[in-house]
Write a protein that binds this ligand. Structure first.
Ligand code: SF4
Length: 359
């Protein structure tokens, strides 16, 4: 695990059985995109998210009926559930009474401070934290003359101060822009003024490629600056991709155990279909959460160095492939035999790691 940078010191906030901030590992979140009224589809999606490693799932609660469904959802899943509420404070209160683990509100659209106070009173009673924060799409008008990153942070600070005024400090904060640099700047700014954990992400980051690049830059920088306590990689489409992306981001930054399949881009020297083999290896390892590095390189130009540094490596040779296992050459093989051996050894490594994670 990386330990060369320091996490910002924050309050510890508990969301069901998950801790955010206070030095806890960075928590992965995602959000359902089903109609919450459709209980079966929503439950299926939450379970899929849970299976791939999502640690907190947010659901939209557009009305009281959905808030009441929280109880049935909570009976069927173990992952903590966050209720996303806008405009109507009664929905938030109903969700809390039905067992929601955290509420995400935008105090600016709840209406009056008296209504926010009602939410806070019930959240206090049930020990439920509240996430507040600002998105670039919903900035208060009186802040729009400020630079956008500062406006985002000031808008979120205003919301935090509103909750604090009612004695509430069980808070998680987010400042999200659809712009990479604004997201970085806004989080840097707000981190100087509060010690609540930060939920970080690029909002409306787009489809897969756009989001992966934007999120890796913004969230990656902020992780390395120690400012991220929980994250969502927002991606249009199946939210399972959000969780897979978040896990990879944390793994590649050394923040979590995980698999790294190194594969070369291929060129005229490649003696086998590197992409196909790398994808097969990734598939075998898809549910493994142990530190395993496998290198798949088309030839020996870089293949020997990478292979020796990995737990398992394969590189193309003049008449087949050479395999490495824990830094040593296992042997040279004809292509098909070598590829078979690679898969066999991949499964062996998985079994070894699962039996003894320290190896
Ligand atoms: S490792 Fe070999 S095949 Fe792969 S890109 Fe480099 S030179 Fe080409």
């Amino acid at each position: 695990m990386s330990n060369w940078f320091r996490r910002r010191a924050t309050k510890l906030i508990r969301v069901g059985n998950i801790s955010i901030g206070g030095g806890s590992p960075i928590v992965i979140q995602s959000m359902t995109n089903t109609d919450t009224h459709d209980l079966q589809s929503t439950l299926e999606q939450i379970k899929r998210l849970q299976e791939v490693g999502c640690e907190i799932v947010r659901i939209s609660l557009p009305d009281i009926e959905c808030a009441k469904l929280v109880r049935r959802i909570k009976e069927s899943v173990t992952v903590p559930i966050v209720g996303d509420v806008h405009f109507d404070h009664r929905i938030a209160i109903e969700a809390i009474k039905n067992g929601v683990d955290k509420i995400r509100i935008n105090p600016g659209n709840i209406g009056s401070e008296a209504k926010i106070r009602e939410i806070v009173t019930v959240a206090n009673e049930y020990g439920v934290p509240i996430r507040v924060g600002a998105n670039s799409g919903s900035l208060p008008k009186d802040l729009t003359s400020l630079p956008r990153a500062q406006a985002l942070a000031e808008a979120a600070l205003r919301e935090v101060r509103t909750l604090e005024k009612f004695g509430f400090e069980n808070i998680v904060v987010s400042v999200k822009s659809s712009d990479v640099l604004e997201t970085i700047e806004a989080n840097r700014y707000i981190a100087k003024y509060i010690d609540y954990p930060l939920h970080v992400g690029v909002t409306e980051a787009g489809t897969l490629y756009n989001s992966l690049i934007k999120s890796s830059m913004a969230v990656g920088v902020l992780i390395l600056e120690g400012l991220v306590d929980t994250l969502r990689i927002s991606i249009s489409g199946d939210p399972v991709n959000e969780v897979i992306a978040a896990k990879k981001l944390l793994t590649f930054l050394g923040m979590r155990k995980g698999v790294d399949v190194i594969a070369c881009p291929t060129c005229a020297r490649s003696v086998f279909d590197v992409e196909k083999v790398a994808l097969e290896v990734e598939k075998i390892l898809s549910n493994v959460e142990e530190d395993i590095k496998i290198s798949v390189l088309g030839c020996i130009v870089n293949g020997i160095g990478e292979g020796k540094n990995a737990d398992l490596g394969i590189a193309g040779t003049n008449d087949g492939v050479v395999l490495f296992y824990k830094g040593e050459i296992v042997g040279t093989y004809k292509l098909e035999e070598g590829l078979g051996k690679l898969k066999e050894l991949t499964r062996t490594i998985v079994q070894e790691k699962l039996k003894n994670p320290a190896t």
